[in-house]
Every structure is written in structure tokens, then in C-alpha cells.
Design a protein. Structure first.
Length: 439
């Protein structure tokens, strides 16, 4: 990789790492914070679903901002909105505000994340391509996921122990870190390989409409990408609920009110994600196609998720959750590279935002539905049902695989090569090649 491109990648790791550190400080205690603020189990997950509603509403408009005004501007807006809305959460808890107020602020937190999603990935890919790097992005994204995992490890452990003192402290620290990153990025981040469009308030709606249509055309209009998006929405419907449901569920299994345990478990999940990220490079040596990895991880994620609810005791449930997290750690960077391999540069941020929006649609239904189901039945039953439903993603990924899009193949893998996970250059065992599905 050229030196200039490598320097930009390191800057991406720095910004993304600090961003994840700030975000993850509350991840281990967010559900406990809302329950302590007086919300019921169902209200907590409906409030979280409101966050997903925010992503659905704002993903395309904020993606358009990144594709017109610039990726840097979108990232700075994300930091400002998230810092303010996080402080608002603390204020609502202090005032004893009800569910509706938390849901409204959750929508704005979703807005903050939509300014980030798509923009940073587009900033990275455009920058390294413009600076002369034309290799696979899987390893870059997997290393970025590892950096994020380390940041998450630090954030979740710290947030858990700080939450043991006062559940509001992690939220206050999160806002402080976001403000610090805002200052750092304001002076150190510049758009490379992307030319912002000169738009005014008068012409912005027309420009936004044109970019949005192009983004949707290149995103939803691409059949393989559309299928991958739908599969992601199915998994997100459960994943977003499960990520917050384990906090009260595991404390229930332990029969203890120890907030620090939530921080430790969140840290272990971070380690599991890091392990999954680090396995990407290993699997790319043996798998010729990205959909091969996506299929295997879909099955492992579903089995692990069902196991969490089936276990009935803390150690076994935690083990299954860690297995599911490793699968997600492998899947995420591979999926990112698949998406970016299809999307053209001009609409990259908008399409990635559209992908996030589709995932948000799944998350809205999943969090609200499983939240109500968990309150009426149990957390364990909701894990079993939700985990089983995610199996729907596998045949959808298989349908995308059969299209044999060039983005499905790793660098140096010809479209006629086998897609089974065997060492490259060796024949696949019991492999039958067809004209429509080389893998």
C-alpha cells in the first residue's frame, strides 16, 4: 500500500477507534439505565426501536449530505448531534421524563449515527483509491473492526465499572469524548478523492433528490446488493434487540444486581468480535467467494443465538453469545467489502446509508416485537424465537451467491474458480461446477 494511503488508513483507524470508544461506553449499561429511569421492559426496547426509526428516516438525507457537501462535514455533524442527544438522555433521566421523551431523543441519536454511517467508509475507500491503493478492502475493514473491537473492549469495561458508581457517568463521558473528537477531526480530516459539489440552499433539494435517486438505483437496483441488504435486515431485526437484551437477561440468570458484570460481559463480546475480525484474513486464504463466508457465519450466528435462550444458566448462555459474536465479527468486514465492491464512488455514501436504512427497518420490527414478546413471555423464549428467524438470511445470501457478481470474489480469484473453503489452487472435494453458480 502506498505510504500516503497507509497514512490515511491510520487516520481512519484513529477516528473510528475514538468514535467506537465513545459509543461503547454506554453499550453495557444502556438497558439498565433506561430501566432505572422508570421504563418497562417493553418501553425500553420500543425506545431503542425509535433509534432505528431515526436511522430509517434520516439515512438517505444524511447520505446525500455526504455525497454532496462532503464526507468530512457529515462526520462532524454526527459528532455534534450525538454529543447533544447523549446529554439530553441524562437530562431526561434526572427529570423523571417518561417513555415518549426518551423515544424522541432516541430518534435524534439515530440521526447522529446516520451522519456517520456511509460517510466514514466512503471517506476511507475514496481516499485510498485516489492515493493509489487498488487491493482488497477486506483486510483494511477487518483491521478497522479489530481497532473498533479494542476500543469497544476498553469502553465497555470502563462503562460497566463507572456505571456501578452512577449509571449517568458513562453517558457524560461519552459526550466529552465526542466533543474532543469533533475538535480533532475538524482540524485533521479532509476529503481525499472526492470533490464536494457546490450547492446552495436553493439548489440543495434538487441535488439531494438527484443523488438519492442515483444511490437507490445503484443500491436497491442492484439485485445482488438488494439481496445482501435484505439478509442484513433479517439479522439486524434480532441483533439489535439481542445486543441490549442480554444485559437484564444475564443479571436475571445470575440473580444479582451487579452492573459491573454487564461491563465485563460487554468486554468479552468485544474480544469475541476481535477474534472474528482477525479470522477474516485466515478465511480469505481458503474461501474464493465472500458469500461462502457469509453463509457459514449466518448459520453459526443463528445457532449461537438460539443457544443463548436454550441454555438456562449464565456460563452456557454466555458461551453461546460469544460464539454468535465471533460469527458477526467475521461477517461484518466481508459484507462491507462486498457492498463497496459493487457501489460506484459517486454514490458510495448514499448507498451505504441506504443499506443501513434497510437494516434499520428490520431493527424497528425486531426490537419492538421481541421486546413485547420478552415482557409477555421471557428473555430466553425471545432469544430462541429471534435466533431461529435469522436462519431466513441464509437462503437469501444463497440467492445472491448464484448471481456470481464480481464483488463476490476475492482479489486474485477468477470467476470460474471454486467457492468452497479449500486452499486456493487445490481442487474442491465433491465439487460440481455449473454455469450459473461457479461456487
Amino acid at each position: 500500500m502506498p505510504a500516503a494511503a497507509a497514512a490515511l488508513v491510520r487516520r481512519y483507524y484513529t477516528y473510528a477507534g475514538i468514535y467506537t470508544l465513545a459509543a461503547s461506553i454506554i453499550w453495557g449499561i444502556n438497558t439498565l439505565f433506561l430501566l432505572d429511569a422508570g421504563l418497562s421492559i417493553a418501553e425500553v426496547f420500543i425506545a431503542n426501536a425509535a433509534f432505528s426509526v431515526g436511522t430509517v428516516l434520516f439515512e438517505i438525507p444524511t447520505g446525500v449530505v455526504a455525497d454532496t457537501i462532503g464526507r468530512r462535514a457529515s462526520f462532524l455533524l454526527s459528532l455534534a448531534v450525538l454529543a447533544a442527544s447523549t446529554l439530553a438522555y441524562v437530562g431526561l433521566a434526572q427529570m423523571g421524563s417518561g417513555f415518549v421523551a426518551f423515544a424522541i431523543v432516541s430518534v435524534f441519536i439515530g440521526l447522529g449515527y446516520t451522519f456517520y454511517s456511509g460517510a466514514m467508509e466512503a471517506w476511507l475507500v475514496d481516499g485510498v483509491r485516489a492515493l493509489g491503493y487498488d487491493g482488497d478492502m477486506d483486510r483494511v475493514f477487518s483491521t478497522g473492526q479489530i481497532v473498533g473491537g479494542v476500543a469497544m473492549l476498553i469502553g465497555t469495561i470502563g462503562g460497566g465499572f463507572l456505571g456501578q458508581i452512577d449509571l449517568a457517568i458513562p453517558f457524560l463521558l461519552r459526550s466529552a469524548l465526542l466533543v474532543a473528537l469533533l475538535v480533532l477531526a475538524f482540524f485533521g480530516m479532509h476529503d481525499v478523492g472526492f470533490q464536494p459539489r457546490a450547492v446552495t440552499l436553493r439548489t440543495l433539494p434538487a441535488e439531494a433528490n438527484a443523488v438519492a435517486k442515483a444511490g437507490i438505483r445503484h443500491g436497491w437496483g442492484s439485485r445482488p446488493l438488494r439481496l445482501i441488504m435484505i439478509a442484513g435486515a433479517v439479522q439486524s431485526g434480532f441483533f439489535f434487540w439481542a445486543w441490549y437484551a442480554w444485559q437484564p437477561y444475564f443479571l436475571e440468570l445470575l440473580d444479582r444486581d451487579a452492573v459491573w458484570v454487564a461491563g465485563v460481559v460487554a468486554a468479552l463480546l468485544s474480544v469475541a468480535m476481535i477474534i472474528g475480525n482477525s479470522l477474516v484474513q485466515f478465511f480469505t486464504r481458503f474461501c474464493g467467494r465472500r458469500t461462502t463466508i457469509l453463509l457459514w457465519t449466518a448459520f453459526v450466528f443463528s445457532a449461537g443465538s438460539v443457544g443463548v435462550g436454550w441454555a438456562g444458566n449464565f456460563p452456557i448462555a454466555l458461551g453461546f453469545l460469544l460464539v454468535a459474536s465471533v460469527a458477526m465479527g467475521v461477517q461484518m468486514p466481508v459484507r462491507q467489502a462486498f457492498v463497496h465492491g459493487i457501489v460506484p464512488s459517486a454514490e458510495r455514501a448514499t448507498v451505504v446509508s441506504f443499506d443501513s436504512m434497510i437494516s434499520g427497518v428490520g431493527a424497528v420490527g425486531g426490537q419492538a416485537g421481541l421486546g413485547v414478546y420478552a415482557e409477555r413471555s421471557s428473555y430466553s423464549a425471545a432469544y430462541v424465537v429471534g435466533g431461529a428467524v435469522t436462519l431466513i438470511a441464509a437462503p437469501i445470501v444463497w440467492a445472491a451467491r448464484r448471481l456470481s457478481d464480481p464483488a463476490d470474489y476475492f482479489e486474485g480469484t477468477a470467476s470460474h474458480e471454486p467457492g468452497a473453503c479449500v486452499p486456493k489452487g487445490l481442487p474442491a472435494i465433491a465439487h460440481v461446477e455449473t454455469s450459473t453458480d461457479p461456487g
